[in-house]
Write a protein that binds this ligand. Sequence first.
Ligand code: IK2
Length: 420
Amino acid sequence: SSRFIPSKRYDGVDRNVWIEFTTLAAECKAVNLGQGFPDFSPPEHIKQALADVAAVDSVATYQYTRGVGHPRLVKTMSKLFSPLFGIEIDALKDILITIGGYGALYASISAFIEHEDEVIIVEPFFDCYEPMVKIAGGIPKFIPLKPKSKESAGTSAGWTLDRDELEKMFNKNTKAIIINTPNNPLGKVYSREELELIAEMCIKYDCLCISDEVYEWLLFEDNKHVRIASLPGMWDRTLTIGSAGKTFSVTGWKLGWAIGPSQLIKHLQTVWQNSVYTCPTPLQEAVARGFETEMSRMGTDESYFKILPEQLQAKRDRMVQVLKDFGLKPIIPQGGYFLIADISSLNVDLSDSKDSGDAWDYRLVKWLTRNKKLATIPTTAFYCKEHRHLTEKYIRFCFCKEDETIEKMEKILKEWSKSM
Ligand SMILES: Cc1ncc(COP(=O)(O)O)c(CNOCC(=O)O)c1O
């Protein structure tokens, strides 16, 4: 009956690109280069850690643990991350453990964004930032990364923010800016200089920085991950988002965190104790042991934080070659799980009326999934409506996949090029 009218705060955020395209990929039994999850196994030690935890019938791992973070996990994380942030991280006050990076984004935005607060979102952006800001009553303001020239368009490093354009976004109503490095879907890794510019604006306009760093270990070539929270004047105004899923290739464990100063984190802890309250104990215990193992092998050839990026870089290069051989123009990513490719050379007849209202890339991705059994993700999902024209001719590929999966993609494209 019309009596049960849903709360207005969720108006307009019902459509979700992950549900739409993951469902379609499954229905079509397509090769899934869409949703960002590894189709290969996690490192032995993290699997063993969960097995060890499950094998011991102890109250400590089958019942509730500390609501805002399992003691063993936050203690290990404060040891691991303090030198990386260049500050003494208090295990109990400066960390909130959440349900995935999503949960940390939700807690950060819910804790600090309210009616009429403006939040600057750098595009392309991980799609949940916009609805989370709107649900909190905030006003998202979008600024796109852009290639300065045709040549620089070919790598994610070439897509940058213009200083004047960025400064124009800030005003007295600006409450926060959300950045993501390494970026999804572009694969851009912000340089220290680029982060210093953003830091300068945050300090000048006295606003928060939410820095989504879930791909913090996945950098290629000699790219270095710079944590904006470690820059002068930024620790006190930055919430850094992390993900165990992306750190240990266990996306299904859905465990993440926010790291920041206690005067900010205490408000995220308030959001958490009034919403989800606590996260799964066994997974937190397993991730704690995973971090302990990695700390004991940091910087060695056995470090997963060395092995995984090397594996992904090789997969990236393989996929780039396959796409170039097929006449597409991939943007070479500096880090992360993804790349976007200019597919305007594909003159596919998309007169399929079913999806006529959608952007071109939405229709093309549906066509590819249905007709070529190749699942990808449209990049306009990572842009606001007004800026969709900037990347309507790009689609996103995930290369965090088994070599066999990339070979299947190669086969499909080779078959296709024969019939062209
Ligand atoms: C930038 C970013 N932040 C946060 C998250 C969420 O992390 P978690 O899975 O830990 O909640 C993700 C996970 N993305 O996976 C979906 C996809 O892009 O295919 C992410 O990419």
